[in-house]
Design a protein around this ligand. Sequence first.
Ligand code: FAD
Length: 384
Amino acid sequence: MSFSYDVIVVGLGGMGSAAVHHLSSRGVRVLGLEKFGPVHDRGSSHGGSRVTRQSYFEDPAYVPLLLRAYELYEDLERATGRDIATLCGGVMVGRPDSQTVAGALRSATQWDLPHEMLDAAELRRRFPTLSPRDDEVALYEAKAGLVRPENMVAAHLQLADRQGADLRFEEPMTRWEPYRDGVRVHTARHTYTAGQLVICPGAWAPRLLTDLGVPFTIERQVMYWFQPRGGVGPFLPENHPIYVWQDAAGVQVYGFPAIDGPELGAKVAFFRKGQVCTPETIDRTVHEEEVRAMADHMSRCIPDLPGTFLKAATCMYSNTPDEHFVIARHPAHPGSVTVACGFSGHGFKFVPVVGEILADLALTGTTAHPIGLFDPRRLTAAPA
Ligand SMILES: Cc1cc2nc3c(=O)[nH]c(=O)nc-3n(C[C@H](O)[C@H](O)[C@H](O)COP(=O)(O)OP(=O)(O)OC[C@H]3O[C@@H](n4cnc5c(N)ncnc54)[C@H](O)[C@@H]3O)c2cc1C
C-alpha cells in the first residue's frame, strides 16, 4: 500500500517553509499544512527584521550552521529576486567578561572569523550614535546584519510551490498517529498518509509535542519602533550596525538600523525579558509603561534612538531550559517523525539551513550537519 505523500510538514512558518522548499527541491512528494495563511503574524516569524551574525556568543557549535545559512541566503536571493539579507555589520557590546562579548570572541577565535575588538572610545568614534560606558567594549563583525523574515518565508513557499509541493493553508493538523511504517495525519477536512512527518510547530510545541518530554516555555516578546531624534540619517544601514548590548545587570537589548526609509524609524527589543504565555493567552496590546521602560533603557546607550515612539508588536519565543534548539528524529517515533522546535528566540537566522537539515533527517534519518547540541534527550528527565 503506498502513501499519498512521501513527507508531510506541519507548520509553514520559518522552519516549515524552509523544509517544504528543501524537500520539494529533492523531488519527493510533499504536503505542507499550516494553521493560518501564508506569511502571517500570529507566530514567531514576523516583524520585518531578524539579527544575523556569525561570532555566535551562545555557543561556537552554531558557527558551521551559520556559514551554511549565509550561503543559502544568497541562493534564495538569486532564485527569487527577493531582499533576504543586509550585511550592514554588527557590534556585540558589553563588559569584556559579559556573555555577549566573551562568547562572541570565543566563537570568532575558535572559527577564525574576521572581527575587530573596539574599546569604548573607538566604538563611539566609529558609530557616533552609540554611547557605551567607559568599561564597555565591543566585538565588531562586518558580516553581521539582518535578514527579512517575511521575505524569507515567502521565498521558501514560492520555491516549494514552483517545485510541486502541495501547500494547504488555514488547515491545521488536529492529530496524527502511526500508520503502517509511516503516519496518518488528520485535519478538519481530510486524512492524509505519508512515510514521514516533520513537525515545525513554533509556539504550539507544548500542545503538538507532548510526548517529546521537553519542558518548553512560551514567552511574549515586544518589538518597538522609534523615530530617532534628529531623523534617521545616522541610523541608515550604510551608517549603522545591528547591535546586541548587554548591560551590567545582564539585560540584553538588540536593534537594527533604519531599514525601511525615513517614516518607519528603527526597531529595538529586549532579548530575553518576556512574560510566560500561550498562543491563546498572549496579550497583544503593548502598554505605555513598556514603551517607557524601553525608551528609558535606550536613552542610556543610544540616546538619540528613543525620539518619538512609532509602533510596537508582539511575538513569541519558544524556549528550552538551556536555550539551545531541538532538531532531531522524534525519540519516541524515530522511524517516521522529525521535529524542529524550541528555537528560544534565536532561530530565524538559521531558517534555511534548518530546512536543509530537516530534509536530510526526513529522507535519510541522518545529516552531515553538526546537530549534536540539539538532541532533545539532553532535556528529558533521566530515568530513575
Ligand atoms: C520578537 C522576536 C524577535 C526575534 N529576533 C530574532 C533575531 O533577531 N534573530 C534570530 O535568529 N531569531 C530571532 N527570533 C527567533 C525566530 O524568529 C524564531 O526562532 C523563528 O521564527 C521560529 O520559527 P518556527 O518555524 O519555529 O515558528 P513559526 O514561524 O511561528 O512557525 C510555526 C508554525 O506552525 C503553525 N502551526 C501551529 N500549529 C499547527 C497545526 N496544528 N497545524 C498546522 N500548522 C500549525 C503556526 O501557525 C506557525 O505558522 C525572534 C523571535 C521573536 C518573537
